[in-house]
Design a protein around this ligand. Structure first.
Ligand SMILES: [Zn+2]
Length: 297
């Protein structure tokens, strides 16, 4: 594992050709991505460097010298061997590619055991209903996700998961809702997890109880400046399946008793490398896979 820093700044702050300025500290096109032209008077520049790379401190000094503002995003990178050896991988989808679905589209939930304040524990009781307007986003895809981390797979991939004896899964139907034409069933399935992990170890990083709900399951801040590390104890891995979800739910919440107007947080999916291989073999590329960390406690 290595940790990288992704530094974002406005290239116009460098008062000169950003490419030349960056090259003066050894940051060429292999590490620096500079937009072709400013957008709304901002020239977006991203520089990705290993945190041990001496050019990182040079870059930050340079930005400070120019009075530039920057963002410093940290993340871990793993080798293929490390990913394959991990007991579980956090899988998540590119947020920008999601299809809208969930409570506000008419998907129903049993709230009898959910937190009254934040809605964590909402148990889905119907098929997943997505917005018919987003249907085109499924074209040519085999996997999709809603902004609430509901994972959708095409029915052939659902069959492969079953044939491969992937454990801890169940499926729900997926319908598209149209304003005038009602609901149409799609050749897709929602992938659901049957097993919820125990709470993470407090040694996890970038999961801060910023606005923790009294149920302790939502209201986490996930700052970008610290690499996110999901840490579990060895004993937490007893009973894991190929597909699991976290006890903690992430994201904003809004729940005042009306599911149709609710914004639910969502758990993260933790899956075995076996599931990743099946997805990769199916040509699925839209996911990130982040190994969990295991400690003896
Ligand atoms: Zn709560």
């Amino acid at each position: 594992m290595r940790t990288v820093a992704k530094i974002w700044f406005d290239g116009l702050d460098l008062l000169g050709d950003p490419q030349a300025v960056l090259e003066s500290i050894g940051c060429g096109a292999d590490v620096a991505k500079i937009d072709d032209a400013p957008v709304l008077n901002v020239l977006h520049v991203w520089v990705t460097l290993d945190v041990t790379d001496e050019r990182l401190s040079k870059l930050l000094a340079l930005l400070q010298e120019h009075g530039a503002q920057w963002r410093d995003l940290r993340g871990d990178r793993f080798t293929e061997e490390e990913i394959e050896a991990a007991p579980l991988l956090n899988m998540w989808f590119n947020v920008t590619d999601t299809v809208f679905g969930g409570p506000r589209m008419g998907t129903t939930y049993d709230m009898s055991k959910a937190c009254e304040r934040c809605g964590v524990g909402a148990r889905q009781t119907s098929a997943m209903i997505i917005d018919g307007e987003d249907l085109h986003k499924l074209e040519g895809q085999r996997v999709a996700a809603t902004p609430y981390n509901d994972i959708l797979v095409d029915e052939k991939l659902a069959a492969v998961l079953v044939e491969s004896s992937v454990t801890g899964i169940s499926f729900r139907g997926v319908f598209a809702a149209f304003e005038k034409r009602g609901h149409i069933q799609l050749p897709w399935r929602q992938l659901c997890a049957t097993h919820t992990m125990p709470p993470m170890s407090p040694r996890s990083t970038a999961i801060l109880p910023g606005d923790l709900c009294s149920c302790r399951r939502s209201g986490f801040d996930t700052p970008w400046e610290v690499p996110i590390r999901l840490v579990y104890r060895t004993s937490d891995l007893t009973g894991i399946r190929d597909v699991n979800v976290t006890w903690e739910w992430f994201g904003d919440t809004h729940y005042e008793g009306d599911v149709g107007d609710a914004l639910f947080a969502y758990p993260r999916f933790l899956v075995t490398p076996k599931v990743r291989r099946i997805f990769l073999d199916a040509g699925v590329t839209g996911f990130h896979w982040l190994p969990i960390h295991v400690v003896d406690e």
